[in-house]
Design a protein around this ligand. Structure first.
Ligand code: G3H
Length: 258
């Protein structure tokens, strides 16, 4: 019955948070890979959590891209009030996603839904290193990069390493290297093995993994049974203040045999 289900989920949330040693886990019932309403529920949970956690004043919220983030963005509701204003920025630029799921699009959508503002980071895909470095010196890009570095909230998803590498059209050489390094997870353009160690990093501008340590509010959103290994790997070394929003399918798979 409903009460048992609720208690069951609550217990899973606590077990998961204990296992990862992170601040909080929210577990939505179902499997987001099979039912779209589960991913919608991630978004509702995120919206509630942000409303609770974002302090008064000017917040800078840096967001990553991906299909989960794009779905979740649609579920945000108003996060503005007289005393609280939110600016959404992309956390990293140009990691090779389709336009609709790029961090720029997600942050614009989140801002629209939450009645906040947003700033885009315009960096084309597939740049030569020389062009990339000179772009970094552009004042308009510098300005957004400065905002990103001052973010007090980061929202991101977690993906399966090889799946993400293929989707972002990384080179055959990179794919072989990721396989050899036993990469299982990807987040922020970083690739992780099962121990949660970084085995590869796509060189892009924006937030670096080590910058997360000083960010007080971090929300990681990922679910589905097939992502269990990736979520486990990333969460092992994730900053402890990270809240994980996931589903039962992933949580049960992660906790199997614990
Ligand atoms: O970095 C992780 C990916 O953005 C996850 O993408 O939500 O499409 O699985 P996804």
């Amino acid at each position: 019955n409903f009460m048992d289900q609720l208690l069951g989920t609550h217990q899973t949330e606590q077990q998961l948070a204990e296992y990862f040693g992170n601040q909080r886990c929210i577990v939505v019932s179902g499997n987001s890979e099979e039912q779209t309403k589960v991913a919608d529920a991630f978004g509702e949970a995120l919206s509630e959590a942000l409303d609770r956690l974002l302090p008064e004043g000017e917040n800078i919220i840096a967001v990553m891209g991906g299909t989960t983030m794009a779905v979740v963005a649609e579920q945000l509701s108003n996060l503005e009030n007289k005393k609280r204003h939110n600016l959404f920025v992309p956390a990293r630029g140009g990691i090779g996603e389709a336009i609709t799921v790029q961090a720029n699009s997600v942050s614009a959508r989140m801002a629209a839904k939450a009645n906040g503002n947003h700033r885009a980071l315009y960096v084309p895909e597939q740049l030569s290193l020389a062009t990339y470095n000179s772009l970094l010196n552009e004042p308009s890009i510098q300005e957004v990069l400065n905002l990103i570095s001052e973010a007090n909230c980061v929202i991101h998803s977690i993906g399966r390493a090889l799946h993400m590498a293929a989707r972002r059209k990384m080179t055959e050489k990179e794919l072989v290297m990721l396989k050899q390094a036993n990469a299982v997870a990807e987040s922020f353009g970083y690739f992780f093995n099962e121990k949660g160690e970084v085995v590869y990093k796509v060189p892009r501008i924006g937030i670096e993994l080590q910058d997360l340590a000083k960010v007080p509010i971090i929300m990681a959103i990922a679910g589905g049974k097939s992502k269990a290994k990736a979520i486990r790997a990333y969460m092992k070394n994730a900053p402890k203040q990270t809240w994980l929003i996931t589903d039962e399918a992933a949580a049960n798979e992660i906790l199997k045999g614990v």
